[in-house]
Design a protein around this ligand. Structure first.
Ligand SMILES: Nc1ncnc2c1ncn2[C@@H]1O[C@H](COP(=O)(O)OP(=O)(O)O)[C@@H](O)[C@H]1O
Ligand SMILES: [Mg+2]
Length: 200
């Protein structure tokens, strides 16, 4: 079976039984290499703490996602948990597709191909409003960790990787005040990364 995509750390497969689910398997030995390359102050952490699937699990367990917010999944691939597969444990998530039912492309690819169209501008601003409203915490929001899905003919952005907060800021997990500052900063950096992609 071939992965449909591969990130820096995980290989992504279409679920063999459910066409709208994605299975992400950490590339073997990847967590160990990440640990070896980490700065000295992170060396005390266990190898497991470098596994992206466990990071993802924590990201989805954050406070903002425990609330019964009506739109909390609007810009996220839904998470179904960690499952065991024949090639290791996998993170099972909603597979995002475009209006032709193809697997959605990343925002990075979209920008490189089509540039800043009116449709994508609107989709980016929707994502921004949603981040401010829900205060869902993400690590840096990178265009290759967002995919461009479809909702009733409109483009809709979905974050597929990088959920959670940067580990050195535990306060943002408990305080709305600090979460707001944190989210604003992530939005600013997201625009910076988008402009970087546009200038490529
Ligand atoms: N739920 C999803 N729906 C559609 N495409 C996805 C999904 N999850 C991942 N992808 C694709 O797979 C690539 C790698 O996934 P990602 O979760 O970013 O892995 P990594 O942890 O290795 O960075 C993404 O850049 C994207 O192209
Ligand atoms: Mg990624």
């Amino acid at each position: 079976m071939q992965p449909f995509a591969e990130g820096g750390n995980r290989r992504c497969f279409i679920h063999p039984e459910k066409e709208n689910r994605c299975l992400k398997v950490t590339v073997e030995g990847r967590a160990k290499i990440l640990k070896q390359n980490a700065p000295w102050y992170k060396q005390l952490r266990s190898v497991e703490s470098f596994d992206d699937n466990l990071r993802e699990k924590e990201g989805y367990a954050q406070r903002a996602l425990k609330k019964n917010h009506l739109n909390k999944w609007k810009h996220l691939a839904i998470w179904y948990g960690i499952v065991e597969t024949s090639i290791g444990s996998a993170s099972e998530t909603e597979l995002i597709r475009d209006h032709e039912n193809n697997v959605a492309i990343t925002l990075e690819k979209y920008l490189l191909t089509f540039g800043m169209t009116e449709r994508i501008k609107r989709a980016i601003s929707d994502l921004e409003s949603w981040l401010r409203l829900t205060l869902i915490l993400t690590k840096d929001i990178l265009p290759h960790n967002i995919v461009v899905g479809d909702e009733d003919g409109q483009l809709i952005l979905k974050i597929i990787d990088g959920l959670g907060s940067k580990s050195f800021l535990p306060i943002v997990n408990i305080s709305n005040f600090f979460a707001k500052i944190y989210v604003e900063r992530r939005i600013k950096l997201m625009h910076f990364r988008i402009n970087q992609d546009l200038s490529k």
